[in-house]
Design a protein around this ligand. Structure first.
Ligand SMILES: *Cc1c(COP(=O)(O)O)cnc(C)c1O
Length: 380
């Protein structure tokens, strides 16, 4: 099956009891058994729920994996990956991670005796030098938030395969419409399904897809044993979102490219971070490992370098809504230093290059002309 068919049919079958084409929302915690231990595959909804199963099968299908798992949030999904680790294990992670991921690693799991190395994943020599017998996991996000840094998934996979270390990729920004980490050699794909998979800013959810059944079972055990599962209503919403993922991503990418090109030519704009621009330092990696476009996330800074200019701009936009989050059909604008990345210490932000005049756009699926007019007004 091709991707555009998988989003609609992948892992799906009509409901066995009624023939319903969309799975009913099985709003139940428990399932009747005919004799102790004899049931139809469902016992208790923390272990499995049919609406969640439908979503999980769709997730496995679109990410080309053996097993999908749906979580109560993206962070709950990451949390279950971390539960594969033990004290003294080491993790090599990208230095430009989603703020909440960085917070979980540095504030929670480093207190549990797990050691993290945060590193520029493009410095492969450095990455290689960090491996030792305690290294158990490599964690990569590509493209990153908000600097749109990319990491070469296939090249990192060569290293993790050689060293026999798990390799997980946060594919939230690209989605499987644009990038397929498991095909490139990763073992686990993670999503904040709150973003593009859900796609309508109406649900908080997370996902993991494991390349092998065996790894999927380990992750399912961690999820079942600690409880971060997604409820049936929210599972339904994410599944419904996935049905139009390919249509939305196509438009997000077209609009993202247009907005990035417009901003790059604007006299008040200093720098635009978008993987689809030739000026982007990671454009070559983007061309190599992404396909059918570069997504809807665009970050930019002001010539003036002034924080006030970014704030004025954010107060003026009308079609873009000033809000955290991303990946919904509506365009959003965000001030990383004050909003989404406030949990990253100021010193670290400086080192990474998250400046106070930086604006991050989640370009939606509206008419591109309206979006550009809105930017034009706000910039003037
Ligand atoms: C939002 C986000 C997360 C966290 O997901 P939640 O659903 O908010 O818990 C992780 N990674 C990336 C790239 C994100 O954008």
């Amino acid at each position: 099956m091709k991707f555009n068919t998988k989003t609609i049919h992948g892992g799906q079958k009509p409901d066995p009891s009624t023939g319903a084409v969309m799975p009913p929302v099985y709003q139940t915690s428990t399932f009747a058994q005919s004799s102790p231990g004899i049931h139809q595959g469902y016992e208790y909804s923390r272990a499995a729920n049919p609406t969640r199963t439908a979503l999980e099968d769709a997730l496995a299908s679109i990410e080309n994996g053996a097993k999908g798992l749906a979580f109560s949030s993206g962070l709950a999904a990451i949390d279950s990956v971390m539960k594969l680790l033990k004290p003294n294990d080491e993790v090599i992670a990208m230095d430009d991670l989603y703020g909440g991921t960085y917070r979980m690693f540095s504030k929670i799991y480093s207190e549990y005796g797990i050691k993290f190395h945060f590193v520029d994943m493009n410095d492969l020599e450095k990455v290689e030098s960090l491996f030792n017998e305690n290294t158990k996991l490599v964690w990569v996000e590509t493209p990153t938030n908000p600097l749109m840094k990319l990491a070469d998934i296939a090249r990192i996979a060569e290293l993790t395969k050689e060293k026999n270390v798990l390799f997980a990729v946060d594919n939230t920004f690209a989605t499987p419409y644009l990038q397929n980490p498991l095909d490139l050699g990763a073992d686990i794909v993670m999503h904040s399904a709150t973003k593009y998979l859900g796609g309508h800013s109406d649900v908080v959810a997370g996902a993991l897809v494991a390349k092998t059944e065996e790894l999927g079972e380990k992750l399912h055990f961690a999820q079942f044993a600690t409880g971060g599962t997604l409820g049936p209503n929210d599972s339904y919403l994410v599944l419904r979102g996935i049905k139009t993922l390919h249509l939305r991503m196509q438009r997000h990418s077209e609009n993202g490219q247009k907005v990035a090109e417009y901003l790059e030519n604007h006299p008040k704009v200093e720098r635009v971070y978008y993987p689809g621009l030739e000026s982007h330092p990671y454009h070559e990696i983007a061309k190599k490992q992404m396909h059918d476009g570069y997504g809807g996330m665009v970050t930019f800074t002001f010539k003036s370098g002034k924080k006030e200019d970014s704030i004025k701009f954010l107060e003026k936009v009308k079609v873009f809504t000033l809000a955290e989050s991303l990946g919904g059909v509506e365009s959003l604008a965000n001030h990383p230093a004050i909003m989404t990345h406030a949990s990253v210490p100021e010193e670290t932000r400086k080192v990474l290059g998250i400046t106070d005049d930086m604006v991050r756009l989640s370009v939606g699926v509206e008419d591109a002309e309206d979006l550009i007019k809105d930017l034009e007004k706000a910039l003037s």
